[in-house]
Design a protein around this ligand. Structure first.
Ligand SMILES: [Fe+2]
Length: 257
């Protein structure tokens, strides 16, 4: 084998190995892990576009840039563009007239004697890449009771209200009851839970969480300025696998400020 054919074979191997690295990283990290493929940064957190790929795959430590300048680190991997996964920020919704400042920090919003179907909501707050968790985000949550009635703040023990922070993995969880529908004009609003999500460095989010199958969701929501037709705000409820009542997951994606 002469030097030219040896060099050609090596470049072909480099292209195949680097493509495999990118695909492996994408598959391992799920749907939204790899936003930086065009910067050549995310193939195992190594720059395979201009540097040392040997330290990440155990193979050669040759500098690709010196071997004919072949670009294997950008969006073009062997001539194939690497598509960026879809990722959508959680929609906003109106604050409404029933928010109360100063709710206690707690994750059990409904006392044991609160009437209604028990409900656990949990989820993760993510950055706009839908992958990086946002720890220490502050959630302020409030809702109506099973009859659709809101209760007060300090004069009413902040009934069905609470604040909580996400943990270091961006996760939160609270226990409550399924809120009831309440009338607005001649018809009923869909059942919902109000949220604000704040953390320095991110755009504050004010929104409402709705439940799939509610017959009062948009376009039948009498609140014309509400967003009960936004699919990022509607979740399915299932039986709680760890207890009686219902369970739902509401992941939240916030945008950088
Ligand atoms: Fe409301």
């Amino acid at each position: 084998m002469d030097d030219r054919s040896s060099r050609r074979d090596f470049l072909r191997w480099i292209g195949a190995s680097s493509g495999a690295l990118l695909l492996s990283n994408f598959a391992c990290n799920g749907s939204a892990q790899n936003p930086d493929t065009d910067a050549g940064r995310d193939a195992g957190n190594e720059d395979v576009g201009a540097g040392d790929i040997g330290s990440s795959d155990g193979g050669t430590t040759a500098d690709v840039a010196e071997l004919g300048g072949t670009d294997v680190g950008g969006t073009d991997v062997g001539g194939t563009d690497v598509a960026e996964p879809a990722c959508e920020a959680t929609g906003s919704d109106i604050l409404g007239p029933f928010h109360e400042e100063g709710a206690p920090h707690r994750t059990v919003l409904a006392t044991e004697d609160e009437r209604g179907e028990r409900l656990v909501i949990e989820g993760t707050v993510y950055e706009s890449d839908c992958t990086t968790p946002v720890g220490e985000a502050l959630l302020d949550v409030w809702q109506a009771d099973a009859d659709g009635e809101y209760h007060g703040g300090s004069d009413d023990q902040y009934r069905l209200r609470g604040q909580m922070r996400t943990d270091s993995d961006g996760r939160y969880r609270f226990e409550t009851i399924r809120p009831g529908n309440y009338p607005l004009g001649a018809t009923m609003r869909p059942a919902h839970i109000h949220f604000t999500v704040t953390k320095p460095g991110f755009e504050p989010l004010t929104t409402q969480l709705y439940f799939a199958g509610d017959p009062h969701l948009a376009p039948d929501d009498p609140c014309g300025s509400c967003n009960s037709g936004d699919p990022t705000l509607i979740i399915e409820l299932d039986d709680d696998p760890e207890g009686e009542g219902l369970f739902g997951t509401f992941d939240i994606v916030v945008e950088s400020a």
